[in-house]
Design a protein around this ligand. Structure first.
Ligand code: GDP
Length: 326
């Protein structure tokens, strides 16, 4: 059997690291495109980095992308790299556009010139919907992004679709909603809560301060999300799909569930601190996964409750084994 080859950008991030693991499990030869400056961020991939071929390249530099494609000759390309932190997209809107929008133009143009038979996955985001007209959102819901990151992702999405139509390339966009895992930073509320609960359970903290408990999100597991990305490139026809859980939960439900896992009453430990309130709270977004279910046979394997339990267990274990500073 011929070994398939995949090139992943954003390899060192949460999704890139899970996707690379999935591809290695499936017997792929995996190449990772990595900026030279990110060599110090190998934490998420250190346990399998020896099995991956690292290529130096940057979405800002077209030549480096063409060189990487020529060298790897990938059958599949997954673009998971971007400047993805929304507050930074306000302070550095042009740089965000360079990476998240124009970077995709450079990559598409490089594919067209160097490897037009490769299948391409573009990581779109629910941020493209911004303030949508309908709920749940579908693949046909109009894009109304509300921050420079969402605007850049909308551009990248439509360029990917346009290159599919214009040049007949096998291009897919996956519009992902929030997805979590043990590799997610603790500044995000999901892991802030699971880690906070673990610290309290282990007697290392006695309170957890949070912001808006009524905020709601459509949360799913990052491993489920990367499986959908791979499935999209295994179809006969390229298409665009929403990747979400299809339901929302509030931060309050999340806290309650995490404290249930450790057998404590959350109200005894959680307090609301206005410092964590957002002045511009995002609109509640929820994705319809009907199309992914029907065409890809995909649906999340982990429920909200299972995901909370998975992360609480992980955080309890990690703190016990590696200490509080990790
Ligand atoms: P994102 O806003 O979707 O990128 O992800 P976050 O995990 O940072 O926030 C999710 C929601 O949790 C937002 O609506 C926040 O207002 C809400 N939230 C409530 N308390 C907190 C908190 O202490 N930290 C964070 N990060 N978010 C909080």
């Amino acid at each position: 059997m011929v070994t398939k080859k995949a090139l992943v950008t954003g390899l060192t991030g949460q999704d890139g690291s899970y996707l690379a693991e999935l591809l290695l499990d499936k017997g792929y030869q995996v190449f990772g495109l990595v900026r030279r400056s990110s060599s110090s961020h190998f934490g998420r991939i250190s346990h399998f980095s020896n099995n991956i071929q690292i290529l130096s390249g940057d979405l800002l530099d077209q030549c480096s992308l063409m060189d990487a494609l020529s060298e790897a000759q990938p059958d599949e390309i997954y673009n998971l790299a971007s400047q993805s932190y929304v507050p930074i997209s306000w302070s550095q809107p042009a740089l965000t556009a360079e990476y998240t929008a124009i970077g995709v133009s450079r990559l598409l143009e490089s594919i067209r010139r160097c490897k037009p038979d490769a299948k391409f996955y573009q990581a779109s985001s629910s941020e493209v919907f911004g303030q949508p007209d309908e709920s749940p959102q579908t693949e046909r819901t109009a894009f109304r992004p509300r921050n420079p990151y969402g605007v850049a992702k909308a551009y990248a999405h439509w360029m990917t679709v346009n290159y599919r139509q214009q040049y007949n390339l096998y291009n897919c966009c996956g519009i992902t909603y929030t997805h979590e895992s043990p590799r997610r930073g603790t500044e995000f509320v999901f892991r802030k809560i699971t880690r906070g609960a673990a610290l309290i359970k282990l007697g290392l903290a006695n309170e957890l301060k949070l912001g808006n408990l009524d905020a709601r999100r459509d949360w799913c597991y990052a491993k489920d999300a990367v499986y959908a990305m791979w499935l999209m490139l295994q179809q006969e026809q390229p298409d665009d799909y929403i990747i979400a859980s299809g339901t929302t939960h509030s931060v309050r439900e999340l806290v309650e569930c995490a404290f249930n896992c450790i057998g404590l009453n959350w109200q005894d430990y959680v307090s609301v601190d206005p410092a964590f309130y957002r002045p511009d709270e995002a609109v509640e977004l929820v994705g319809s996964i009907n199309k992914a279910q029907k065409n890809l046979g995909w649906q999340p394997q982990y429920s909200f409750e299972q995901l909370v339990e998975l992360l609480v267990d992980h955080d309890l274990k990690e703190i016990t084994e590696r200490g509080i500073s990790h």
